[in-house]
Design a protein around this ligand. Structure first.
Ligand SMILES: Nc1ncnc2c1ncn2[C@@H]1O[C@H](COP(=O)(O)OP(=O)(O)OP(=O)(O)O)[C@@H](O)[C@H]1O
Ligand SMILES: O=C(O)C1=C[C@@H](O)[C@@H](O)[C@H](O)C1
Ligand SMILES: [Mg+2]
Length: 177
């Protein structure tokens, strides 16, 4: 959903790698908080009028990161709900700078659970070749960045999405909100 509901900032911003459960947990959190869920990947696809793999293919990753920065800026200003960012949003300095002071939660997942969950068959352009090795390299580069922007880090390994949602609410002290 784009541009609906009360203006931002969001109550929860989720970051983390593909398979961390941002969408699954984000939807649960939105239900629990009685607010809307929004996903910047969805916003980008709506604005560009094509799927993300096509944007990567046609215009390249740097252009995608620019579109993503603009989508994050818009969503932070216009969405007082739960917001999930794309898995690689933290790679961009400008996007990270937008996240200062916000209730950002890093959903952590290890390689084992990530592979099991994602199945690595979905259209994820950065994991298209040798997914396990790519995922490891991607996490080595990104873990410090996810941690840098996060107010809280929540592990998702061996936890149900409901338990993860619970832990996020606890970490942000939103239980009685
Ligand atoms: N805690 C969990 N335990 C088991 N399975 C999970 C958990 N969280 C998510 N999943 C499953 O893992 C898959 C990926 O989850 P999801 O799409 O929510 O991840 P994501 O972080 O949004 O990924 P992407 O970055 O690709 O958007 C889904 O099939 C989902 O049902
Ligand atoms: O990890 C990444 O870099 C990406 C994750 C997805 O959410 C999309 O934003 C896109 O496929 C890039
Ligand atoms: Mg998702």
């Amino acid at each position: 959903m784009t541009g609906t509901g009360p203006a931002g900032p969001p109550l929860v911003v989720l970051v983390g790698p593909p398979g961390a459960g941002k969408t699954t947990v984000g939807r649960l959190l939105a239900d629990r908080l009685g607010v809307a869920y929004r996903d910047t990947d969805g916003d980008i696809e709506t604005t560009a009028g094509k799927p993300i793999p096509e944007i990567f293919f046609d215009e390249g990753e740097p252009h995608f990161r620019e579109l993503e920065r603009a989508a994050v800026r818009d969503a932070l200003a216009g969405h007082r709900g739960v917001l999930a960012l794309g898995g690689g949003a933290v790679m961009d300095d400008g996007t990270r700078a937008l996240l200062g002071g916000l209730p950002v939660v890093f959903l952590e997942v290890g390689l084992h659970d990530a592979v099991r969950r994602v199945g690595l068959d979905a259209p994820r352009p950065l994991l298209a070749v040798n997914p396990r090795q790519s995922w490891r390299q991607l996490m080595d580069a990104r873990r410090p960045l996810y941690t840098e922007v996060a107010r809280a880090v929540v592990s998702t390994d061996d936890r149900t999405p409901e338990d993860v949602a619970d832990a996020v609410l606890d970490a942000l002290q939103l239980k009685d909100a």
